[in-house]
Design a protein around this ligand. Structure first.
Ligand code: PGA
Ligand code: MG
Length: 238
């Protein structure tokens, strides 16, 4: 069994419940990991300031991958702590295309944190993903973007980055061997970072596609699943 030297963990649906409330069990488990010198990296589709606050409030020291890989944050970057890894050029073009096709009905679904998003655009699931996919069928740069359904929202991101490529980048910058990272997630936007990590874990509420690529599927959902994985693979309690 590979020795776990860091944990990479998703936020929504993994350390939170389905209403996005943080699970106490995951807070306790991740703090215990940190106390055992296993840093925790937050890997999320949320914006960097939201992810940063989550990391600080829990006590995670490993840095942050935000916006599905578009932005990373690490304390040790000193004056350059937040790094934007891709431009919003193609995403913005895609969003213009969507507005041209679908008009004002998109407005009510646009995520309220859009003004903070550096590299992607997010719509609430009040609009159907299929409507977005259909409207983008004739978008000229369709091969430059990716559409994810995180289970909580629909993300339009740049194909050049994902949670996996940016986790790798962050690990290289901070001298963490990715083969010794345990990655935990719940949804389709987590596949890329589970794939690059040494140990791939899905919480029990995860979608089937993620479970299929995982080394371990938790018996428990959400934060209780995170606790289960930390106890089993980091604290070696079973
Ligand atoms: O931003 C979302 O829609 C979900 O966020 P997550 O990647 O932390 O689950
Ligand atoms: Mg999630």
């Amino acid at each position: 069994m590979v020795k776990i030297e860091a944990i990479a963990v998703d936020i929504d649906g993994t350390i939170t419940d389905y209403t996005r409330k943080l699970c106490k069990s995951s807070i306790d488990a991740l703090r215990l990991a940190e106390e055992n010198n296993v840093p925790v990296i937050i890997v999320t589709g949320n914006v960097v300031n939201y992810a940063y606050a989550t990391a600080v409030l829990i006590g995670c020291s490993g840095g942050v991958v935000a916006e599905n890989g578009g932005v990373v944050f690490k304390e040790s970057y000193n004056n350059d702590r937040v790094k934007k890894l891709v431009s919003k050029e193609y995403v913005s073009k895609a969003v213009d295309h969507l507005y041209n096709k679908l008009g004002a009905k998109l407005d009510s679904s646009l995520s309220s944190d859009e003004e903070y998003r550096e590299s992607e655009t997010v719509f609430y699931k009040t609009i159907d993903k299929q409507i977005i996919l259909d409207a983008l069928k004739d978008f000229e740069d369709l091969d430059k973007i990716e559409i994810y359904d995180s289970g909580f929202a629909i993300h339009i991101t740049d194909i050049r980055v994902n949670k996996g490529s940016s986790l790798k980048f962050l690990c290289e910058e901070t001298n963490i061997d990715i083969n010794h990272v345990m990655a935990i997630g719940d949804s389709e936007n987590d596949e890329d970072f589970l794939k690059v990590a040494g140990l791939k874990v899905a919480v029990s509420n995860a979608e089937d596609e993620l479970k299929e690529i995982s080394d371990y599927i938790c018996e428990k959902p959400y934060g209780d699943g995170v606790k289960e994985a930390v106890e089993k693979f980091v604290l070696n309690k079973g």
